[in-house]
Design a protein around this ligand. Structure first.
Ligand SMILES: Nc1nc2c(c(=O)[nH]1)N[C@H]1C(S)=C(S)[C@@H](COP(=O)(O)OP(=O)(O)OC[C@H]3O[C@@H](n4cnc5c(=O)[nH]c(N)nc54)[C@H](O)[C@@H]3O)O[C@H]1N2
Ligand SMILES: Nc1nc2c(c(=O)[nH]1)N[C@H]1C(S)=C(S)[C@@H](COP(=O)(O)OP(=O)(O)OC[C@H]3O[C@@H](n4cnc5c(=O)[nH]c(N)nc54)[C@H](O)[C@@H]3O)O[C@H]1N2
Ligand code: SF4
Ligand SMILES: [Mo]
Length: 750
């Protein structure tokens, strides 16, 4: 590939979970135009306003191209960074890590992993090797401000936190959407390019969409029915629906019913959740709840789906579990048009095998004693872990693709915690609100300078697809996996000059040897050197990907299966390959001990009991509840530096219902003080009946312009950080997920 040749290339957009295909025109070495790739097998030309901004992102003068090392602070206390060479940067990383370990021990070093890591091939293949190299016990990630309840519910029900059913949107008759706004977010834990088009297709074929959301979101506007719900109460609604489904005789069907345990107990524990109780808690009428339950039960195929609004609440895991219980009872789990398990091409070929009971709490967080979940601690605990003195106090952080100062609970204290660290290494493309606290920032190449394959989202995709995109532009920067591998080797004591290829080779060898040793693998018993010599790929992660694909369920088995998948095969199919609609996978896919679904493998009876108590407390509490919202032209905290995405009316406003505005003496455009137990901020008021009375809404990801950050456009559109209001003591105890929605707040004129 030459950078100067004019050409048209195709690649998958890495910005959100929708994985749209892009057609990129290159002229004179620069991006001329980006539009949707009409031949992409999955997205068929769909694109959102962010997709075309890969050009602006690529050209953003603030995007880091060289490593930065902090050389002190200026008179105002802002950090001063110097651009350095890669060897100098690695030497500094080695020095600070060595220093902190010598003074405080290995347990003083923690990690935070952010969201874009899930969208980057090199991070997907190599992050766990960095965790291993660091020997970090204190690992935190964006998962506990996002989807951890989904992993935990899946762990208990199906035996693996990674087994996540997705709504089969293309074949369903009824799509019930709780706490998600795919018209703005383009979907999550459901990889659905062109969500809007697929919902329109559903309605055209006579199907219906029902949206349950405290706000009349863009998705709610398109719905056949919108039921506003009091924040945090979806579990009560779903428990009442389950109760009625059972009363109406819905007990599941087919292979799922055959392996189901716990129905009698289920009947008993949902008994108190009558439609009347649910109406009182949720604000949805008893009649509407009964009609909803009847409609879900009567639909031939129904997909009942929940996301941020059902996960980032106090009963996130219970709510997620109840969503699956509804699918199970109505015969919609693992059935076309219901909730199904995708099969990614990198799935291993193994015999069906029962697993071990799902466990959490192998360790506990130092200060708040919260259980480890999926190898992590709740990020709500991170400020305490850094700021509270004692054995095991964190003195250094390594962050990869994360901006916890804006994205995570108790923003001001999070900021204070990061500022107090002895050292920090950040792998990030920007000098932002979080990375300004780093000693060293190591920037990976931008999206168009790296190749792409969605290892994570092919596991969440509503059709089984595969699509590889080579890098569009050459770069002399190390790849994302080179940086992670070099850091891992530094952490292992091999020094700043260590060769990342040594780790890449180890990863590849480990992967292939496991396949050679597995009797069912297509390469069982083959010669390691022979396979190694056959692996293709230009970078460390591409070679790992090639090996994963070729030994995976659709692989070429390194020459044994004609037309099987390999990196080369995908390169020859730039618009991707569609393996068709999802297929039923149970019971084979279950990794539970007896290969059965035990509804009460987790503490769900206890949590329903806790819910009952909370329902009464909620009724007594009259405070306003804060919820978030996403905008199509934002992406969490990090894309506000692109002028095309921030132009127009300021979006970081406090939405308030007209009735509440009158009560509070606030009018459109006024400044309001918003206070929670932990923080306060001032935001401009937007009076709108799109939020229900008693609910206010503020988007997250704003609050730019902190001293030392280098995101000049974002600083001009700073907004406020909604997470200074997020209370770190409010979490879903089953998963450790933070409560980001339904936060009690007080609002007064400023
Ligand atoms: N109140 C409230 N808070 C929320 C949410 C909410 O709904 N309400 N949503 C939560 C959710 S769902 C999430 S996922 C989290 C996100 O939390 P985070 O992942 O911590 O935050 P982001 O804003 O996504 O920051 C991403 C970082 O990755 C960097 N980056 C971008 N591309 C790359 C790349 O290719 N490589 C590397 N190494 N770095 C890159 C960016 O510069 C930025 O620093 O926020 C959560 N916070
Ligand atoms: N444009 C854009 N797209 C994105 C992102 C982005 O920041 N911007 N972020 C990406 C990420 S990391 C993620 S995880 C996904 C998230 O994808 P979604 O979950 O679809 O995202 P949200 O738009 O936050 O939708 C959550 C909805 O829940 C509602 N809600 C709040 N509390 C409750 C409640 O208690 N009950 C119910 N029923 N509803 C409630 C809110 O009003 C909101 O409409 O989006 C991804 N895509
Ligand atoms: S919907 Fe998501 S994947 Fe598609 S173009 Fe927009 S940001 Fe990219
Ligand atoms: Mo997320």
């Amino acid at each position: 590939m030459t950078d100067t040749a004019d050409r048209t290339v195709f690649r998958t957009c890495p910005l959100c979970e929708a994985t749209c295909g892009l057609e990129i025109e290159i002229k004179d070495g620069a991006v001329k135009r980006i539009r949707g790739d009409r031949e992409d097998v999955f997205s068929k030309g769909f694109i959102c306003p962010k997709g075309s901004t890969l050009k602006q992102l690529h050209e953003d003068p603030d995007r880091l191209r060289k490593p930065l090392v902090r050389r002190g602070f200026d008179d105002s206390g802002a950090p001063v960074f110097e651009e350095v060479s890669w060897p100098e940067a690695y030497a500094e990383a080695d020095r600070v890590l060595r220093d902190v370990r010598e003074r405080h021990g290995n347990e003083a070093v923690g990690m935070y992993l952010g969201n874009p890591g899930a969208h980057v091939l090199g991070a997907a293949t190599h992050t766990r090797h960095l965790i291993k190299g660091l020997g970090a016990g204190a690992v935190f990630s964006a998962s506990t401000v996002d989807q951890m309840p989904r992993h935990v519910a899946s762990g208990y029900l199906y035996g693996s936190g990674g087994s996540m059913p997705v709504p089969d949107i293309d074949r369903t008759d009824l799509f019930v959407c709780l706490g998600a706004n795919p018209y703005a977010s383009n979907g999550s834990i459901a990889t659905v390019p062109d969500f809007p088009g697929r919902i329109e297709a559903l309605q055209e074929r006579g199907g219906r969409m029902i949206v349950i959301d405290p706000r009349r979101s863009r998705t709610a506007e398109q719905a056949d029915l919108h039921l506003p719900i009091r924040p945090g109460t979806d579990a009560v609604l779903l428990a009442a629906i389950v109760r009625q489904l059972l009363a109406d005789g819905h007990v599941g069907s087919g292979s799922v019913a055959d392996c189901l345990d716990g129905l009698d107990q289920l009947r008993a524990v949902v008994e108190p959740f009558t439609a009347a109780v649910a109406a009182e808690a949720t604000g949805i009428s008893e009649a509407s709840i009964e009609v909803l339950a009847t409609e879900i039960g009567a639909a031939d195929k129904a997909a009942v789906y929940g996301r941020i609004g059902t996960c980032t609440v106090e009963f996130g895991t219970l709510t997620t579990w109840l969503l699956d219980v509804v699918a199970i009872l109505t015969g919609n789990l693992d059935q076309p048009g219901g909730a199904m398990f995708p099969q990614p091409s990198h799935d291993r070929v193994r015999a069906d095998r029962p697993g071990r009971p799902y466990r959490v709490g192998r360790r506990h967080s130092r200060v708040n004693q919260r259980p480890e979940v999926q190898g992590e601690f709740p990020v709500a605990d991170l400020p305490d872990e850094i700021l509270e003195p004692g054995d095991g106090q964190l003195r250094m952080m390594v962050t990869v693709a994360g901006n916890p100062v804006l994205s995570c609970p108790d923003g001001d204290r999070m900021d204070e915690a990061f500022a107090s660290l002895d050292a920090m290494i950040s792998v990030d493309i920007y000098l932002n609100e979080t990375t300004r606290h780093a000693s060293v920032i190591l920037p990976p190449p931008g999206a168009l300078e790296k190749s792409h394959y969605d290892l994570n989202f092919t596991n969440l995709s509503v059709r089984n697809v595969a699509n590889f995109s080579p890098a569009v532009f050459d770069t002399d920067m190390p790849t994302e996996e080179d940086i992670l591998a070099t850091l891992a080797l530094i952490a292992l004591g091999l020094g700043p000059d260590a060769d990342p290829n040594d780790l890449h080779d180890q990863v590849l060898t480990g992967l292939l040897q496991a396949e050679i040793d597995a009797p069912e693998s297509p390469v069982a018993g083959r010669d390691l050197d022979e396979l190694l010599a056959m692996v293709e790929g230009d970078t460390g992660s591409e070679r790992v990907l090639d090996a994963m694909l070729r030994t995976g369920v659709r692989g070429d088995g390194f020459g044994t299966t004609k037309d099987g998948l390999s990196l080369d095969y995908l390169r020859a199919h730039p618009h991707g390959i569609d393996f068709g609609a999802l297929e039923p996978r149970l019971p084979g896919h279950l990794r539970t001990p007896e290969a059965r679904i035990d509804l009460f493998a987790g503490p769900f009876a206890e949590d329903l009991h806790r819910l009952q108590t909370r329902v009464t407390e909620w009724a007594a509490d009259g405070s306003l509840r804060l919820v978030g919202r996403r905008h199509l032209r934002s992406n969490n905290s990090w894309m506000h530096n692109l002028p095309v995405l921030v132009k127009g009316k300021p979006r970081c406003t406090l939405q308030l219902h007209p009735d509440d505005a009158v009560d509070l003496g606030l009018a459109d455009g006024d400044a309001a003080i918003v206070r929670s137990r932990v923080g306060e901020l001032i935001a401009p008021v937007e009076v709108t009946d799109s939020v229900m009375p008693g609910v206010v809404s503020l988007p997250h990801g704003w609050g730019h312009g902190k001293p030392g950050a280098r995101m000049n456009v974002a600083a001009e559109h700073a907004g406020v950080n909604s997470n200074v209001l997020t209370d770190p003591t409010m979490i879903d105890p089953l998963s450790g997920n933070a409560v980001l929605n339904g936060i009690p707040v007080e609002v007064v004129p400023a």
